[in-house]
Design a protein around this ligand. Structure first.
Ligand code: ADP
Length: 706
C-alpha cells in the first residue's frame, strides 16, 4: 500500500504534533506488512502504534489484550473520535456479542479488541472466517512467555490462531520484557524477521533512590522522614495485605491525614471507592499490594515508595512508572532490607498447586457438570485463581480434561474419567519456572545492592541502548555532590573513616558486629580463625569498646555511608557516598560515644606493644607491681588481672612465690593434701577465711604445673 504522510495522519486522526520515540518506526513496519516487536514502557504510547496503523490499513485490525477494563477505555476514546472501533468480551450480553460479530464479519470495523479467552470461542472464530484481518496486534505480549511475570496459557494459542487467519502481519507489544523474554515472544508467536523497537525506558523525571533499612524500625523511621519532606500524592507498595493495613495506619499517624490501603482481599466496591478517592485527591497516600495500579493513570503522583522489594525488576519498573506521568519531578524510593528476600522466596516456593490439590480438583471435576464456575472450584479446592488456572493446565497436560472455553463466567471442561494422573511433567515445569523466578529475584536484589548507576542498570536490564541521562539520577550518582568536603583533622574524625576503609578493604565482608570486633582487636575465635588479625586496621580502634564501635557503624548506616546487603547473614558494605568520603578523607558528622582519655590511650598503646592484654600484665608483674596496683593502672577489674596471672602461672611465666606470701602458700598446700581436687569451695572451707580465692587459684595452678 501507499504509505501516507504519517505526520499528517497523526495530526488528522489524533491531533498530536509529533511522534514519540519508537512510534514512527513501528508504523513503518506495520504499514509495510512487516512483523514488529515493540518494547516501550507503560504510558509511552504503544497503543498508538497499532491504532494509527488500523486507521490507515484497509482491512480490520485485531487487538488481543488481557486487560478487559482498559480495552473499554481505549475503544470509548476511539469511538469518541468517530473511529470504527469496538471490543468483544464477556462483559457484553450474548445478544450484543452476536451483534458485533455480525458487523465484524461484514468487515466494517477498523479495529476490534478481544481478550485471549476469545480465541477459544467458536462463534468468534466463525465470524473471522468472513473477515480480512490486516494486522494482528498482541498487546501485553510478555504474557506468552513462561519467563515473563504474567504468563497466560491462552496466549499460547496465538500462533495457531494467526496461522488460521492466513498469517496476517503481527505486531507484539509489551512494557516489560527482558532480552530473554523478547526472544521468547518472537519464538512463541512465530514472528518473522521482526523489527525490534526497544526504547523509552529512561524516565528522566524520576529520581531513583534505595535506602538501606536493615529492620522494620529503620523502615518506619525512613518512611516517616520521607512522608514529612514529601507533599503530593504517593503510592506505597507493601509486600503483604496485612502490611498495607498496618503501614497505612502508620502513615496516617505521621501525616495526620487519612491514608488508605488497597489489596485484592477487599470487596470490589471498597476497592473502587478507595481508588476513586485517591484519583480525586481525597486521599493523598495509598498503601497497596501489587494488586493496585493497573490502569491507574493519575498524572501527578509525586512518589512511589516500596516498603519491601518486589519480585522482579519488571514489576518494580512497572510500579515506579506510575510516578510523575506529568513529566514533573517525582521520587521513587526502595526501602531495602536483605531480609525481605525471604518473603519473595516464600512466594516462589508456593506459587504452584501441590499434586494432591491437582488430584483433588480432578475428583471434583469428575463429579461436576461440564460448565462450572471458577468461584465454586476455588472454594472447593482452596486454590486462588492463578493456582486454579495452573491446576487446570496440569490436568490438561496430563490428558485428564479438555477445555471447551469459557462462557458466561463459567469454565467449560470435558473430563476424561479415571485417568491415572502423571504430574511429573508439570512438576518439572514448576521447578523450571521457580528456578527462573529465583533468577529474576536475584536481579532485583542486584539492583537494590548495586553501587553503580541505577538508571543504567534498568536500561541495560531491558536492553534499551538509549541514553541514561537525568537531572537527578540516583542515590549512587549523587554521592559526589552530597559527600562532606571538610577534611578530617582530629583523631575522633578519623574514626568513621577507619571504619569505612576497613569495610572497603576486608577480603571477606562481615556483618556489623564482626566489623566492630575486628576494629577493636578482639581475640574471639572466629576473628582469629579467618585471619582478620592480618588486616592493617585490626585493633586500630582498640580504645573503644566493641559496642561503642558498633554504635558508630549504626550511624554510618543510617547516614548512608555503609549499607547492609546479602541474604541470611547480611554484611556491611561501603556505599558510593562512603567511598567518596574515604577518598577525600572528609569529616563525617558522627556522635562519638566518648573520647578516650589520654591514660586510656596510653594504656592501649602499651598493651599493643606488649603483645596483648595478658602480656601487659606480665610486664607489670615483672616490674614488681602488685595485682591491685596493676588493676588500677590498667583500669581493669582485679578479677581480670588474677585471671591473667593464673594463666601466666600455668604457663610457667610467673611463679606463685612472687604473688602469694610464703606462709599463705604453705597453708594452701597443706589443705590440698586432704582435698579431693574437685571443688575449690571445699578447699577454701578448710582454710582460714583471710585466704582469698585468688590466692588459692594461683597456688593450685602452680602446684598443678609442678
Ligand atoms: P501505553 O500503551 O504505552 O501504556 P498509551 O498508548 O496508553 O501508552 O499512551 C499514553 C498516553 O500518551 C495516551 O494518553 C496517548 O494518547 C498519549 N500519546 C501517545 N502517543 C502520543 C504522541 N505521539 N503525542 C502525544 N501524546 C501521545
Amino acid at each position: 500500500m501507499i504509505v501516507p504522510d504519517l505526520h499528517t495522519a497523526l495530526d488528522h486522526h489524533f491531533g498530536f504534533a509529533a511522534f514519540r520515540a519508537g512510534q514512527h518506526d513501528a508504523l513503518d513496519a506495520t504499514l509495510s506488512a512487516r512483523d514488529a516487536l515493540v518494547v516501550m514502557p507503560t504510558g509511552s504510547g504503544k497503543s498508538l502504534c497499532f491504532q494509527l496503523s488500523a486507521l490507515l490499513l484497509a482491512d480490520t485490525t485485531l487487538v488481543i489484550s488481557p486487560l478487559v477494563a482498559l480495552m473499554k477505555d481505549q475503544v470509548d476514546a476511539l469511538v469518541a473520535r468517530g473511529k470504527r472501533a469496538t471490543y468483544i468480551n464477556s462483559t457484553l450480553s450474548a445478544e450484543e456479542q452476536q451483534n458485533k460479530l455480525n458487523i465484524l464479519a461484514r468487515g466494517w470495523y477498523k479495529i476490534v479488541y478481544v481478550a485471549p479467552e476469545r480465541l477459544r470461542n467458536a462463534a468468534f472464530l466463525d465470524a473471522l472466517k468472513h473477515t480480512r484481518v490486516a494486522l494482528l496486534a498482541v498487546d501485553e505480549a510478555h504474557c506468552i512467555s513462561q519467563w515473563g511475570h504474567d504468563f497466560r496459557p491462552d496466549y499460547l494459542r496465538l500462533r495457531e490462531f494467526a496461522d488460521a487467519l492466513n498469517r496476517p502481519p503481527m505486531i507484539a507489544l509489551t512494557a516489560t520484557a527482558t532480552p530473554q523474554v523478547q526472544t521468547d515472544i518472537i519464538a512463541q508467536l512465530g514472528l518473522r524477521a521482526p523489527i525490534k523497537i526497544v526504547t523509552g525506558f529512561n524516565r528522566p523525571n524520576l529520581a531513583l533512590r534505595v535506602r538501606y533499612t536493615p529492620d522494620d524500625d529503620a523502615k518506619r523511621r525512613e518512611l516517616a522522614a520521607l512522608l514529612r519532606e514529601h507533599t503530593g500524592s504517593a503510592i506505597i507498595y507493601a509486600g503483604t495485605r496485612r502490611g498495607t493495613e498496618e503501614i497505612s495506619a502508620f502513615c496516617g499517624e505521621v501525616t495526620r491525614a487519612p491514608a488508605a490501603f488497597y489489596h485484592a482481599g477487599m470487596a470490589d466496591d471498597e476497592r473502587t471507592r478507595v481508588q476513586d478517592a485517591f484519583m480525586r485527591d481525597k486521599i493523598k497516600i495509598i498503601v497497596a499490594t501489587n494488586a493496585f495500579g493497573m490502569g491507574v493513570d493519575k498524572p501527578d503522583i509525586r512518589a512511589v515508595i516500596h516498603y519491601a522489594i518486589p519480585s522482579t525488576v519488571e514489576a518494580y519498573y512497572q510500579e515506579i512508572g506510575r510516578a510523575g506521568r506529568d513529566g514533573e519531578p517525582a521520587r521513587v524510593v526502595l526501602l531495602y532490607s536483605p531480609k525481605d528476600r525471604e518473603l519473595q522466596e516464600w512466594f516462589i516456593e508456593n506459587d504452584a498447586p501441590e499434586p494432591r490439590q491437582v488430584a483433588h480438583l480432578y475428583q471434583i471435576l469428575q463429579r461436576a457438570k461440564n460448565w462450572v464456575s471458577p468461584g465454586y472450584l476455588q472454594r472447593a479446592t482452596n486454590l486462588n485463581d492463578s493456582k486454579l488456572q495452573l491446576a487446570l493446565r496440569q490436568l490438561e497436560l496430563a490428558g485428564a480434561l479438555k477445555r471447551l472455553g469459557d462462557a458466561r463466567g463459567l469454565i467449560g471442561v470435558e473430563v476424561t474419567p479415571n485417568v491415572t494422573l502423571n504430574l511429573a511433567e508439570s512438576e518439572a515445569e514448576t521447578e523450571k519456572r521457580r528456578a527462573h523466578r529465583r533468577k529474576l529475584l536475584a536481579q532485583i536484589i542486584a539492583y537494590a545492592e548495586t553501587n553503580q548507576c541505577r538508571r543504567q542498570f534498568i536500561l541495560r536490564y531491558f536492553g534499551d541502548a538509549g541514553n541514561a541521562d537525568a537531572p537527578d539520577c540516583c542515590d549512587n550518582h549523587r554521592a559526589a555532590t552530597t559527600a562532606p568536603t571538610r577534611r578530617a583533622e582530629s583523631a575522633e574524625e578519623w574514626v568513621p573513616l577507619v571504619i569505612l576503609e576497613t569495610a572497603r578493604t576486608l577480603q571477606r565482608q562481615v556483618g556489623t558486629q564482626k566489623l566492630a570486633q575486628i576494629l577493636h582487636g578482639s581475640h574471639a575465635q572466629e576473628i582469629l580463625q579467618f585471619g582478620y588479625t592480618r588486616h592493617k586496621f585490626y585493633g586500630k580502634l582498640a580504645d573503644y569498646r566493641v559496642g561503642e564501635i558498633e554504635n558508630v557503624i549504626e550511624q554510618l548506616l543510617k547516614q548512608g555511608y555503609l549499607k547492609t546487603i546479602g541474604g541470611k547473614y547480611p554484611v556491611a558494605q561501603i556505599t558510593p557516598l562512603g567511598e567518596e568520603t574515604v577518598n577525600t578523607r572528609a569529616a563525617i558528622a558522627i556522635e562519638l560515644p566518648r573520647a578516650p582519655s589520654p591514660t586510656a590511650r596510653a594504656e592501649t598503646h602499651h598493651t599493643r606493644q606488649a603483645g596483648g592484654t595478658v602480656a601487659r600484665t606480665l610486664a607489670l608483674v615483672q616490674q614488681g607491681k602488685l595485682p591491685a596496683e596493676i588493676a588500677q593502672e590498667r583500669d581493669l577489674a582485679i578479677s581480670t588481672i588474677y585471671g591473667h596471672l593464673e594463666q601466666l602461672v600455668t604457663e610457667g611465666k610467673v611463679l606463685a612465690d612472687q604473688l602469694v606470701p610464703a606462709d599463705v602458700r604453705e597453708q594452701i598446700c597443706a589443705g590440698m593434701r586432704e582435698w579431693n581436687g574437685q571443688w575449690l569451695s571445699d578447699l577454701k572451707a578448710r582454710l582460714p577465711a583471710a585466704i582469698t580465692y585468688e590466692q588459692i587459684r594461683l597456688v593450685v595452678a602452680a602446684e598443678k604445673k609442678k
